[in-house]
Design a binder for this molecule. Structure first.
Ligand SMILES: [Zn+2]
Length: 325
């Protein structure tokens, strides 16, 4: 995604704060970017890190210089990225950053920057380690942290950071932008729930995880119209083998819960949020029993998918809870 134009158009406050800080040389040692699910916090955080070292910064990064490109490839030694979205950040990882960054910068720029995405997903030990590191800021070392859930972040960490809140774009705008960029309407409708930017939605529409999850979702929904026995068959024969990785299982369950929310909405007579799936939603609304409790079960299973290794078992359980009379 084009982070620079995203900031210019959608996150004017962030754009202004960083441009001013960089032009005046008054960059804070630690920033905490806060925003709701879907806001591209990780992308913005990495972009801001690039802006600190970019050769062509004016003052924000152009993303074409050698330094920006090395950051993208993970080949810039004075930049470290830890991702709480991919798994809980452990103490060792944070200690590693603080020991590497207690030495002198390796690059001539003399600036060391680390990004920790979704700091709410850290062990208490890791959070304490981070706090200690933030309490002793050294010259030329910068932290850019993000969180989707400020309530789960240690207040002492928050108070050490300059806090910046990003704003959510209306979903209809995101869908429209994505379609204008070339995304299919049905992809844009679903993905706009997970990615709050048209450019990002367009990119994600061709990602493997999404394509796989969608290729399992559509036949599964169709099989549910045919009754429990056929749904079990399709789940076993097509859906479970397709969803071979944990991210695809999660994506599948997230998408399925959106569709079930719409089925419940349709049954109440309100307007649905995935019109591209209108026909199948209407069909299922007339055929499925207890949609509200199924939705709850899907969400519970989605929580279990974070830790449960046996996705086959989880998915077969899913069919029984949805179809049992
Ligand atoms: Zn650059």
């Amino acid at each position: 995604m084009e982070v620079r134009s995203y900031l210019e158009k959608k996150q004017k406050l962030v754009h202004r704060i960083f441009s001013n800080a960089l032009s005046s040389g008054k960059v804070a040692h630690a920033y905490l970017l806060i925003g709701e699910a879907g806001i591209p916090l990780k992308e913005v955080a990495i972009y801001l890190a690039k802006s600190l070292v970019c050769d062509h910064g004016d003052p924000l990064a152009d993303e074409t210089c050698v330094k920006c490109q090395r950051i993208d490839k993970g080949e810039y030694p004075d930049f470290i990225f830890l991702d709480g979205a991919e798994g809980t950040v452990k103490k060792d990882a944070v200690s590693n950053v603080s020991s590497l960054f207690s030495q002198t910068a390796l690059e001539e720029k003399g600036i060391m920057v680390y990004v920790i995405n979704e700091i709410e997903n850290m062990t208490p030990d890791a959070a304490n380690s981070l706090l200690k590191f933030l309490e002793e800021p050294s010259e030329g070392t910068y932290a850019i942290l993000t969180s989707k859930n400020e309530a789960k972040v240690l207040p002492t960490i928050i108070s050490r950071c300059e806090k910046i809140r990003l704003t959510l774009s209306p979903r209809s705008t995101v869908v429209q932008e994505a379609v204008e960029l070339g995304a299919e309407q049905d992809d844009a409708e679903i993905l706009s729930y997970f990615f709050n930017d048209g450019g990002l939605v367009f990119e994600q529409a061709s990602s493997d995880d999404y394509r796989i999850a969608k290729s399992a979702l559509v036949p599964f929904l169709e099989s549910l119209c045919e009754g429990p026995a056929y749904a079990r068959y399709v789940m076993q024969k097509d859906v479970t083998p397709a969803l071979f990785s944990r991210p695809t299982v999660r994506f599948f369950l997230d998408m399925l819960s959106l569709v079930f929310q719409d089925i419940a909405t349709y049954q109440r007579g309100s307007s649905i949020s995935l019109p591209s799936y209108g026909k199948i939603i209407a069909d299922l609304a007339g055929k499925l029993p207890h949609v509200d409790s199924s939705l709850l079960s899907i969400m519970t299973l989605r929580g279990e998918a974070e830790t449960n290794i046996n996705s086959g078992l989880l998915l077969s359980h899913l069919v029984s809870v949805i179809t049992k009379e």
